[in-house]
Design a protein around this ligand. Structure first.
Ligand code: THU
Length: 143
């Protein structure tokens, strides 16, 4: 199977968009701002931020927001997502996606889907879904 590959420029652009989305984050409870930029196979990029709620479990992660946005715009196949997160007043970190978001990704993405954790457009780690979510439950399990 062909592996997903992205140029440094494409990764840098995704990172920049994820970092920019942190400014839209609605995080009055955790004060932890997360932005995400999701690259669809057709070249479109969908963004998201975390959207918290006074009823805490009703809140939504940045990655999930980006996927919901993408799917609602007709995209179903994806190459990569860049994620940028950290405390409002603190340093950025390589913010790993939570378990629910990994499951959400598993619905639409193959194992070679790239998960880019970024602090700046030049400072990032690249992982794959296979690596971050081995032995995942997917639509195939229901067949
Ligand atoms: N958060 C995300 O948006 N993505 C992640 O992968 C980790 C956590 C959000 C959820 C909540 O709004 C805040 O970060 C603190 O958990």
């Amino acid at each position: 199977m062909e592996q997903n590959r992205l140029s440094r420029d494409s990764i840098g652009k995704l990172c920049e968009m994820a970092l920019g989305m942190r400014s839209r984050s609605y995080a009055p409870y955790s004060h932890f701002r997360v932005g995400a930029a999701l690259l669809a196979k057709d070249g479109r990029i969908f963004t998201g931020c975390n959207v918290e709620n006074a009823g805490f479990p009703a809140g939504c992660c940045a990655e999930k927001t980006a996927f919901a946005q993408a799917v609602s715009e007709g995209a179903r196949e994806f190459t990569a997502i860049a994620i940028s997160g950290g405390p409002e007043d603190g340093a950025l970190q390589y913010c790993p996606p939570c378990g629910v978001c990994r499951q959400f990704m598993s619905e639409f993405c193959r194992g070679d889907f790239l998960i880019i954790l970024t602090k700046t457009p030049d400072d990032y780690e690249v992982h794959t879904l296979d690596e971050l979510m081995p032995m995942r439950f997917t639509p195939k399990n229901l067949l």
